[in-house]
Structure formats: C-alpha cells, structure tokens
Design a protein around this ligand. Structure first.
Ligand code: SAH
Length: 259
C-alpha cells in the first residue's frame, strides 16, 4: 500500500559501531520493506561495503549504495530535530522512555511539521549505545520484550520500529491537516533547534558552569547529564537557544572569563 512517503523520508536510521556486515544488509532490507531510505553508519566495525551486507539486503542495494558513513554520532545527527535512542536495558539516569508504538504516534505528529528530521539511533550488537551516546537523544525507546531475554537482533529491532512507524502513517492517512493537538502548531514562530545547535549550547553551558565554579569536571556528579535531560525535554527552538547562549555569554563577561 502506498503511504505519504514524505513522512517516512524524514526519518533517518543510524547504526553505531555495527560489527556484522550481514546486520547492515538486514537493516537495509527491513527499511526498504517499510518504505524508509536514509541509512547512516557511525564508525562501523564491520567492513563496508561488504558482499554479506549486499546478500542479506535481498535487493535493497539502493539503500546500501546511498548509505552515509561517518566517524562521530554527532555528524550523523546533523540537521535532526528529534533524536530517539534505542536500548534493550534501562540505564542509570532515567530518561523519557517510550515503546515503539508510542514513538510512532509521536513521530507522526512531529513529521507533519515541514522542517523536522527524526533520527532513530541503534547500538552495537555486543554492548548497545554508551551512556554518552544515549545522552545525545531527546528520548529513549525500548521494545518491551521478555525481561529474561530482552535483546533483539539489530535488524529485528529496526524492523519493529519501522513497522510501527509505517502503521502509524497508514492509520493517519487522509487525516492530515488536523494539527490542533500537535505540540508545536503551524503558527510556531521559530524552527526547533537541531542537534548541532543543541550540542553547541551544551558545550557553552558546561564551559560557563566551570567558569563560575558551579561545575567541577573532576567531580561531575551527573550534572551535565541531568541538565541535558532537562533542556532536551523542553525542545527549545532556535530563538530560545540564542537567548540562552546570550545569557551564558553575559555570565562569562561578568565572571571575567570572556571579554
Ligand atoms: N547487549 C546489548 C544489546 C545490543 S542489541 C545491550 O545490552 O545493550 C543491538 C541494538 O539493537 C541495541 O543497541 C538497540 O539499538 C537494538 N535493540 C535490541 N533489543 C532492543 C530492545 N529490546 N529495545 C530497543 N532496542 C533494542
């Protein structure tokens, strides 16, 4: 069945540190089955391109040919306004956590806004995503599995999320234009800050907090992680980020750490 492909075109699948070329092919196949196209690899440990990836893609070679390979997760997040990280297990600091169906409902609302780009980030086969990588994400997604056997194969996890996304798009077909209950209405006056603008803000925030002796990098006590979680929850737009950075610059001037 054909779907509003523009919504699915706005979703980027990012695989971090994948070890097995066959899994990359399996992910490409799962994506193409569900109508997704945009695949990025961050520092793959598998050789890529690789015949095993092509074999397992079962003909989704167009996705493999257009796959972008970068060294840092931050590079793969360029231009993304909403970042969701997947995890098979709960982590130390609780983060906004959704199941795939809740995520799909959320994404559908999100993607009706023209400038939105959503990244779904998947981790390494042996140890998932690091805490630092998960802290680059607005929200976390867990597929509710058997707690005694919780970890899915990477391509199977991509399949579950992209299936829910496709189902959500199918269910909403014909209902576009109903934006009343969206978190950001069409009248919103500034675009959401993208991932890079947010990272630059977090770096500026950390420097300033060190300048004013509020933050001791030798004894961080999760301060930056908790502040990240707070600001990411607020979904700041570009004007708000500029204001916050202006406040930081003024603070640095008063502290005498910036002229
Ligand atoms: N042993 C790893 C699991 C890695 S599985 C760990 O403990 O984190 C490889 C990737 O598949 C994960 O990083 C995640 O992106 C995805 N995945 C596997 N099972 C999942 C689940 N139950 N919920 C969400 N994502 C899952």
């Amino acid at each position: 069945m054909s779907v509003q492909s523009s919504l699915l075109d706005s979703v980027r699948i990012i695989l971090v540190g994948t070890s097995h070329p066959g899994n990359i092919g399996g992910v490409a196949r799962a994506m193409k089955n569900m109508g997704l196209k945009d695949l990025w690899l961050v520092a793959p440990r598998a050789q890529f391109p690789h015949p095993e990836a092509e074999f397992r893609s079962s003909g989704a070679t167009d996705i493999l040919e257009n796959t972008q390979v970068v060294e840092q997760l931050e590079d793969a997040l360029s231009g993304c306004t909403l970042v969701a990280g997947t995890s098979a297990r709960s982590r130390h600091i609780p983060w906004p956590l959704l199941n795939p169906r809740e995520l799909a409902g959320r994404l559908h609302e999100e993607l009706e806004q023209p400038q939105h780009k959503v990244a779904l980030v998947f981790g390494r086969e042996d140890r998932g995503l690091s805490n630092e990588e998960l802290h680059l994400c607005h929200l976390h997604v867990n597929i509710p599995t058997n707690p005694d056997f919780s970890s899915l194969n990477l391509a199977a996890a991509v399949q579950v999320l992209s299936y829910e996304l496709r189902m959500s798009v199918l269910e909403h077909q014909g209902q576009t234009g109903q934006v009343a209950d969206q978190p950001f209405g069409t009248q919103w006056d500034a675009p959401l800050a993208d991932s890079q603008a947010l990272q630059r803000f977090f770096e500026h925030l950390e420097t300033t907090l060190i300048d004013i002796d509020f933050h001791d990098p030798d004894n961080p006590r999760q301060l930056m992680s908790r502040l990240r979680r707070l600001y990411l929850r607020a979904r700041p737009d570009t004007t708000e980020i500029n204001m916050l950075r202006g406040i930081l610059t003024s603070t640095q001037k008063v502290a005498g750490t910036k002229k």
